[in-house]
Design a binder for this molecule. Sequence first.
Ligand SMILES: N[C@@H](CCC(=O)N[C@@H](CS)C(=O)NCC(=O)O)C(=O)O
Length: 227
Amino acid sequence: MRKLYELAGADENRRFSPYCWRIRMSLAHKGLAVDCLPWHFTEKEKIGFSGQERVPVLVDGEKTVSDSWEIAKYLETEYPDSPSLQLENGEVFFIKFWTETVLHPELMKLLVLDIYKGLAAKDQSYFRESREKLLGKPLEEVVKGREERLPNLQKLLTPLRLTLKKQEYIAGETPGFSDYIVFGAFQWARCISDFSLLTADDPICGWREKMLDLHDGLAGKAVGYTV
Ligand SMILES: N[C@@H](CCC(=O)N[C@@H](CS)C(=O)NCC(=O)O)C(=O)O
């Protein structure tokens, strides 16, 4: 059976990595069954066979692939007859880098303490140390006043909101990897934090609902919070 190593919290069923969600959704999109194995930040040796230290890691028969972008490309090449992830448009790169360099950092500043609290005890000191080094202050300081900073997030989502007013999905009429990239960020938040990111009248909510319902409600059924 195909295997996917996924980041897990103290509750092993809480799978909250934005990058892993890209791949969970992509595998379901292509109708490929997978056994999703929990992995913790401090279990580097468990994925040592992949030659790097991050998840997702996909093991498909003889092949091991890491990095969500590489995995998506692999799935497209290996399974060309199943529904396409629509990677061929160069614009997907813009979505990927916008998500990773604009959306993720803003979310991190809102959620980092919730992430810390949701981690297995053995991961907490590693996470605190590495993220405080990255963010330059204690996690408690990072999230301080987060309610007042929500408008910043909602403002930076304007291009996404305008796009979703024009079309059903980011990729167009049907969902594609671009949707899974951005949705991964929202699912990261939903799985680890009860902090509401969007107001109920935000058009992005309708898209997020559709994404939660896709593939037999895969993401909606995952352990997380109601947002
Ligand atoms: N470029 C990678 C990034 C993967 C990544 O950063 N994964 C995180 C989990 S969300 C991780 O494994 N972090 C390990 C660590 O911080 O030690 C991808 O697209 O898959």
